[in-house]
Design a protein around this ligand. Structure first.
Ligand code: SF4
Ligand code: SF4
Length: 90
């Protein structure tokens, strides 16, 4: 299991600083990847990022609300098909 960043993310960045395994990245380029994303292969499901988000954008995958379920897959895609960690710092 993993946590998921949904489309409610406004790129405020607080979650990234709380992650003990450093698996949250800002999507780049922003036009293609508009939110932050969690690497599902590395996330340990600790939940530390959840209270750091002022927009309630982060959910355990199993609890993502129905209207936001389409936002699950981009977290996987960003690391499997997109820039993933390579875009870090850009
Ligand atoms: S998920 Fe929340 S805390 Fe993390 S970058 Fe997006 S808005 Fe900020
Ligand atoms: S649940 Fe824990 S390990 Fe997963 S992204 Fe959030 S802070 Fe990182």
């Amino acid at each position: 299991m993993t946590h998921i960043i949904t489309g409610l993310c406004l790129r405020h960045g607080g979650c990234m600083e709380k992650c003990p395994v450093d698996c949250i990245v800002s999507g780049q380029p922003v036009d293609d990847w508009p939110t932050y994303y969690i690497d599902p292969e590395t996330c340990i499901d600790c939940g530390a990022c959840v209270p750091a988000c002022p927009y309630n954008a982060i959910w355990p995958e199993a609890n993502v609300p129905e209207p936001l379920k389409a936002d699950i897959q981009p977290n996987y895609d960003y690391f499997a098909k997109g820039p993933g960690y390579r875009a870090r710092g850009s």
